[in-house]
Design a protein around this ligand. Structure first.
Ligand SMILES: NC(=O)c1ccc[n+]([C@@H]2O[C@H](COP(=O)([O-])OP(=O)(O)OC[C@H]3O[C@@H](n4cnc5c(N)ncnc54)[C@H](O)[C@@H]3O)[C@@H](O)[C@H]2O)c1
Length: 267
C-alpha cells in the first residue's frame, strides 16, 4: 500500500506563538532564559521578567540579536504590587496578554524539617507558590478582557514525590500542581487554559557547578540513576513543552501536570 506523504511538522509549528504576548518569569537564567528564546523564535512578543536586571537584559539581547521581539520588566515576584505592575506593563507594551510561563523559583535550603526555620519555610512558600497565585490572579484578569489565553506554571517532579531534606520545596511544588488544577477548573470555560510542567533534574548553571565539585559527585550520581533516560534534561526541553502548552495546538489541554523528566516519575 502506498503511504501518504508526510509533511514536515516543523513548518506548521515554527510560528505557533506568532503575535502572542507572553510573560516569562525567571527569564534571566536556566529554564526561563531558554524558554523565552524558544517562544520568541515561535513568533511571540516576550516579556522577559526577572528579579535580576543584568541577566534578564542578556536574555533580551539574545532575543533581539535573533530578530525577535522582547521587553525586559524587572519584578520581585515575592511582592504582590510588583506582580501587578508586571502584568500591566505587558498589556501597556503590547496591548494584550495571551500567555504566561510562571517559572521563577528558588531551590531548597537542604535541611530536614526539624532544622528548617519558619522564615525559611515562609520564603520558599512565598517565592515558589504564593508568587504563582499572584501571577495567575493578575494574568487571568488581563486575559479575560481579550477573550482568553494560556498559562503554564513550573512545578517539579518534586510536586508529586519527595526527596530528603527538601520539605519546603516539595510542599510548595505540590501546591503549584494544586493551584494549577484549581485555576483550570475555575477558568476553563472562560477561555483561559492552565497547565504545569514537572521538570526532572535540568542542567542549569547550578547543576553544572555541582557537577564539577567532587563533594556532590555521589548525590548527583544517585539522582542520575533516577532518570531512566540516562541523563539530566536541558532547559530547552522544558521550554519546548511549555511552548506547546501555550500554543493553540494544545487547545484541549487544561489542568494537566506534564512530566518532562526523562522518566523520573515513571519508575
Ligand atoms: N533546574 C532543575 O533541575 C529544576 C527541576 C525542577 C523544577 N525546577 C524549577 O524550574 C524553575 C526554574 O529553575 P532553574 O533551574 O531555571 O533556576 P535558575 O536559578 O537558573 O532560574 C531561576 C530564576 O528565577 C529568578 N527568581 C528567583 N527569585 C525570584 C523572585 N523573587 N522574583 C523574580 N524572579 C526570581 C532568578 O533570578 C533566576 O533568574 C524553578 O521554578 C525551579 O524550581 C528546576
Amino acid at each position: 500500500m502506498k503511504e501518504a506523504a508526510i509533511t514536515s511538522p516543523s513548518l506548521s509549528v515554527a510560528q505557533d506563538l506568532k503575535g502572542k504576548t507572553i510573560i516569562v518569569t525567571g527569564a534571566g537564567s536556566g529554564i526561563g532564559r531558554e524558554s523565552a528564546i524558544i517562544f520568541s523564535l515561535a513568533g511571540a512578543n516576550v516579556i522577559v521578567s526577572d528579579i535580576t536586571a543584568e541577566s534578564a537584559k542578556a536574555t533580551v539581547d539574545s532575543i533581539h540579536s535573533r530578530g525577535g521581539i522582547a521587553t525586559f520588566v524587572q519584578a520581585d515576584l515575592a511582592v504582590e504590587a510588583e506582580v501587578q505592575l508586571l502584568v500591566s506593563a505587558a498589556v501597556e507594551t503590547y496591548g494584550r496578554l495571551d500567555g504566561a510561563f510562571n517559572n521563577a523559583g528558588i531551590g531548597q535550603v537542604g535541611k530536614p524539617l526539624h532544622e528548617l526555620s519558619t522564615q525559611e519555610w515562609q520564603r520558599a512558600l512565598l517565592v515558589d507558590l504564593t508568587s504563582v497565585f499572584w501571577c495567575m490572579k493578575y494574568q487571568i484578569l488581563a486575559m479575560m478582557t481579550t477573550g482568553g489565553g494560556a498559562i503554564v506554571n513550573t512545578a517539579s517532579a518534586l510536586g508529586q514525590v519527595a526527596i530528603p531534606h527538601a520539605g519546603e520545596y516539595v510542599a510548595a511544588k505540590h501546591g503549584v500542581i494544586g493551584i494549577t488544577r484549581a485555576a483550570a477548573a475555575d477558568y476553563g470555560a472562560k477561555g483561559v487554559r492552565v497547565n504545569c510542567v514537572l521538570p526532572g533534574i535540568i542542567k542549569t548553571p547550578l547543576i553544572d557547578e555541582l557537577s564539577t565539585d567532587p563533594r556532590f559527585a555521589s548525590s548527583l550520581e544517585k539522582l542520575l540513576e533516577r532518570h531512566p533516560i540516562g541523563r539530566f534534561g536541558n532547559p530547552s526541553e522544558i521550554g519546548e513543552a511549555a511552548r506547546w502548552l501555550l500554543s493553540d495546538a494544545a487547545s484541549f489541554v487544561n489542568g494537566s501536570a506534564i512530566a518532562v523528566d526523562g522518566g523520573y516519575l515513571a519508575v
